[in-house]
Design a protein around this ligand. Structure first.
Ligand code: FMN
Length: 257
């Protein structure tokens, strides 16, 4: 049994909710799934005050007392995670952005490597695809096994063929997500992911020390020495790209000091 949680950024139960319901139904037709809807509007999540304590000292030092850890726990307890949101002014809605801001320490200290992620975005007229890409990059930065999401134009009235096209898109997203969630293989990183990892760890190694949470986190995980976040075979090209990134990282730090 796999547990999937959908975080929904819409303040109402309409197009985005309906798309996620269809996604859920598809998943349940492939296998045994326990599915939870998390409507962000129902949780108390204050705005980040910008103190950076979560980055520097650790997330437990956040001065805000709200439901952040309830939501974080839901991420930890899931095998699969969906971020679903309407487009508001060409971006995710405010509750969804707030969730991303409040979880931003996960960009510094990625953690969800064994969990699958996707994004579902609804929009009225234009601009859904760039939001999907944005959410996919958030998923990747957090460490998730990120599968391609979709954007759905929800303007009404809809013809039968438009509705069928929408269902086909949701079906493809569901299939990709399910297959990745069931797969045991470590996802091979892209060149860009190797580059980002090696640059980050070089900067952390050279600029920080034990007083910083990121440094301790990387050290505990063995990331200050490893080729990537997790054990995965890197081909010759990616090993070379990694070494080059180490070199670039060192030169950047040297130039800065
Ligand atoms: C405040 C607001 C801003 C919106 N901004 C956009 C936008 O920039 N681009 C767009 O295509 N649709 C926009 N829409 C339309 C919604 O994205 C679209 O209707 C969506 O499917 C609504 O999802 P929901 O039914 O789950 O609330 C906006 C809607 C609202 C209420």
């Amino acid at each position: 049994m796999k547990r999937v949680t959908a975080f929904i950024g819409s303040p109402r139960k309409r197009a985005t909710y309906q798309a996620v319901q269809e996604f859920e139904k598809n998943l349940e037709s492939y296998g045994e799934i326990e599915f939870e809807y998390v409507f962000l509007k129902d949780y108390k999540l204050d705005f980040c005050t910008g103190c950076c304590l979560c980055f520097d000292k650790g997330e437990e030092f956040c001065p805000l007392q709200d439901d952040r850890d309830v939501l974080l726990e839901k991420l930890y307890q899931s095998d699969g995670v969906v971020f679903a949101t309407p487009s508001y002014s060409f971006q995710v809605t405010a509750p969804m952005k707030n969730l991303l801001d409040r979880m931003a320490f996960c960009h510094h200290r990625p953690r969800f490597f064994d969990k699958t992620f996707t994004a579902i975005v609804t929009y009225g007229i234009y601009g859904g695809d760039s939001i999907v890409k944005y959410l996919e990059s958030m998923g990747q930065n957090f460490g998730f096994k990120t599968t391609r999401g979709c954007s759905l134009m929800t303007l009404e009235p809809r013809t039968e063929s438009q509705q069928a096209k929408m269902s086909e898109k949701i079906s493809q997203v569901s299939r990709r997500f399910f297959e990745e969630m069931m797969s045991q293989r470590p996802v091979p990183p892209s060149f860009m992911q190797v580059f980002v990892f090696r640059l980050s760890r070089t900067a952390i190694k050279l600029l920080l020390d034990e007083n910083w949470r990121d440094y301790r986190y990387y050290k505990e995980k063995g990331w200050l020495e490893s080729g990537y976040y997790y054990d995965v075979k890197l081909g010759f090209g990616k090993k070379l790209a990694g070494l080059l990134s180490d070199f670039i990282g060192k030169s950047m730090v040297k130039r800065r000091s």
